[in-house]
Design a protein around this ligand. Sequence first.
Ligand SMILES: [Zn+2]
Length: 202
Amino acid sequence: MQCILCHSDKTTIQEYVRRDDLIALYQRSFGIDIHTLLPSDLLYMHCQECDIKFFVCENGVIPTGDDAFYNALNLLPWYYFDEKHEYHYVKKFINPESKVLEVGCGKAAFADFLPHKEQYVGLEFSTKAKEMAAKRGITIQNVPVEQYCTQHGGEFDVSCSFQVLEHVSDPYEFLRAQIVCLKSMRGGGNTEKSIATYHRCA
Ligand SMILES: [Zn+2]
């Protein structure tokens, strides 16, 4: 199994997780049916090269949530926070002219920390989150960043995500797509180098 971040082959299985156990736990704890999201039992993997740990189905598929899953989570009052401590840290890097992209924005609570909501675009799979944000005058698009970056390369001063990477099946492509959206990458910056830098800082 290749590492989902650094693409190394030096991965080992840490643990087996039964599909039926996870389905029962989600049903009992949240009343959410996840059987369509998990095609098989899961392996918990560790990459010896970059030290990331990740889950993968036995058939090689990385399980991720779909619109129905996140809409169901959206109904839990605690799932989308109004505030995360990282918001206060990141807003220091944003000035009134900054055009900001937030990927995996939930209900776009971070937009309320910015000088201008008009300069903000959030990407999020939940269609309900998009509807809720629109009522506050905030733009959310239900598009994956890997698709969004093909039309919006070099448009943003800042791209950010908060507590999202653990939901992503292909973190390498996820980071690459965010980097492509940055103005600083206009004219062909080195995305490989930027991802390596990000990984060292994370
Ligand atoms: Zn790795």
